[in-house]
Design a protein around this ligand. Sequence first.
Ligand code: BMA
Length: 374
Amino acid sequence: MMRRKYLNHSLILGLLVACSLGAATCTSNRQKDTRQIPCDSQATNATDSLLQVLASDCGTKTRFGHQDDTLYGHQWWNQEGRSDVLETTGHYPAVFGWELGGIEHGDSCSLDSVSFDDIRRQIILADLRGGINTISWHLDNPLNGHSSWDKTNNTVQAILNDSTVQTKFRTWLGRLATFFTSLKRDDGTLVPILFRPFHEHSGNWFWWGSPYCTPQEYKSLWKLTQKILKSAHVHNLLYIYSPDNVPDNRTYFERYPGDDLVDVLGLDDYHRGGADGVADYTERTTKRLKMMAKEAYQRQKIYVFSETGSESLPMTNWYTQVLTPILRETYPAYVLVWRNAYNIPTHFFAPYKGNASEKDFKKFAEQKNIIMGK
Ligand code: BMA
């Protein structure tokens, strides 16, 4: 059941009007509240269940997530069972983010030098503990082999129309599909994954960014990707659409591939500028999340704060004084903060043992509407 703390007045009014028009409308509204339908009609039972679990809390509670949490942390690397979040709060995160950039080449290690075998093992372990897994993919540019930050214009167009580039892209997706279908539990069922392809497309830093392809091309890329993954028998994914900061609601949906191709409305938006940036960050993310909550309800979807954080945590009370008030307005199904890099001391978003924000973070994690893992 998708309970909503956040329902704006116009929506309530709309529902009242709809109900007054006849019982059939009311029934369908009631049905609308009770069950989410994955956009992949062949989604596995576990994938369907994951969607229902997320929907049951969306709007009233938020799960806490951290990127690469158990692979490495602030100044440590690959130590079994370790997690900066566990060491500071006493709990693992409820949601684990992982990154597959590099898998497209058949490499054994990711762009962050992590072995894909280790990532697979950590995903399966997290799932076993009752955690939820989400995956991003900073894939290279198939047009020229440069990184995902390569800004060559028309790469998306080339994938769609140039058979050589498309063949390469299909091979890359084949390797990604092999990884997804290798995520097996002991009983042989597949671990469900929240997949977030071509993220932050409203920005100008990735080759799939808005200056380098038309909205139609972006949507076609999404559609093609999903079609190829499905034809490679990948049915353990929920798909997240995750623009970065956008100026208005129209731009948020400008490249939306459609309700039949998306399960989750996401938002990637970081707090920059410390104390001076609080007002701006709070205002824009709250506004956008409210819009997403309303749209998600109407489209029978869920919404998440798919990436955020304040790098190096210059404000030691960021978690309780900046993030919490934002979450409280809409309670997205989860919030995920980015990684604590083992080799870049300033590149961290969750406090670690001994960090000045540790106490504040523990307080954040103890709130009754914040869900942590085990
Ligand atoms: C970025 C940074 C990079 C990293 C990339 C993919 O935001 O953290 O250092 O390579 O994500 O994980």
